[in-house]
Design a protein around this ligand. Structure first.
Ligand code: 2HA
Ligand code: ZN
Length: 262
């Protein structure tokens, strides 16, 4: 077993990939996840390298564990050395240190992962993980709801008590855009400067956290709220959590919801 595979966070990462698949949020090769690691892999020789169009910026010198392009999340736990890539990030290229043993490249969303990591690290030094999944109810929500950060966040906050607790910073939402580009990566990272969850309309969600469980937990809470919204829309909703109650909740829990949103 390599030093990488012996890390407790490595096991958490692989289990998160399985869980995303089990939830139906990673059909075929959908979804991808990545985690920053301090470079403790000096003994590993670079195998190949890949260009980084957006540049590594502040991440230069760090290592990134990321799922491979076209790999199925359901297979990560069974054969991580095939499905994952451990990269050392240089200024404009990434060296493969481990993984992709049967060939292939890092995830097509590498640019969105790198730019999101940089944005979140600036906001929170404990940040480590970014995951992208086709969270079913959140995707459905983006096709029936106004695509406005504040309006959509308030809808989610109003559906169940946990939402304000776990994402007081709210949710960002991007209009439909082609995926796998630097452009969607930059737009995602811009939203990630002020919140940990960004929705890509009619596609999926990007969630950030201190580790795989934290990022996935955030996505679970938000997707549950979207599910509740979809289950109950079409019914009158006189008892949904209102603004006044959200303010009471924030006071009771000592939270600071996104400035000006309540
Ligand atoms: O990894 O989900 O957005 C496949 C995707 C691309
Ligand atoms: Zn996707």
């Amino acid at each position: 077993m390599t030093d990488l595979e012996a890390l407790p966070l490595f096991g958490e990462f692989c289990r998160a990939a399985s869980e995303i698949y089990r939830r139906g949020w990673a059909e075929r090769n959908g979804g991808n996840l990545s985690m920053l690691l301090e470079d403790g892999f000096g003994g590993l020789k670079p195998l190949r390298s890949f260009p980084i169009a957006s540049g590594a910026g502040a991440l230069e010198g760090k290592c990134l564990l990321i799922t491979g392009g076209g790999k199925y999340l359901k297979n990560v736990e069974r054969d991580p050395e095939d499905a994952l890539a451990l990269l050392r990030l240089g200024k404009n290229c990434a060296e493969l240190l481990w993984g992709l043993k049967n060939g292939g490249r890092p995830s097509s969303e590498l640019s969105a992962h790198l730019q999101s990591h940089a944005a979140r690290l600036e906001a929170d030094p404990k940040h480590r993980t970014v995951l992208h999944a086709h969270a079913t109810h959140l995707v459905a929500l983006t096709s029936v709801h106004e695509l406005d950060d504040r309006a959509l966040t308030k809808t989610l906050w109003s559906m169940c008590t946990e939402c304000l607790l776990f994402f007081p910073d709210g949710v960002g939402v991007l209009p439909w855009m082609p995926c796998g580009t630097d452009e969607i990566g930059a737009a995602t990272a811009e939203k990630m400067r002020s919140c940990r969850l960004v929705l890509w309309a009619s596609h999926g969600a990007f969630a950030a956290g201190t580790g795989p469980d934290d990022a996935l937990g955030l996505l679970e809470v938000a997707d549950k709220a979207a599910e509740l919204y979809i289950m109950t829309s079409g019914f009158p909703s006189p008892a949904r959590i209102g603004e006044e109650q959200l303010r009471r909740l924030a006071d009771a829990m000592g939270l600071s919801p996104r400035e000006g949103w309540l």
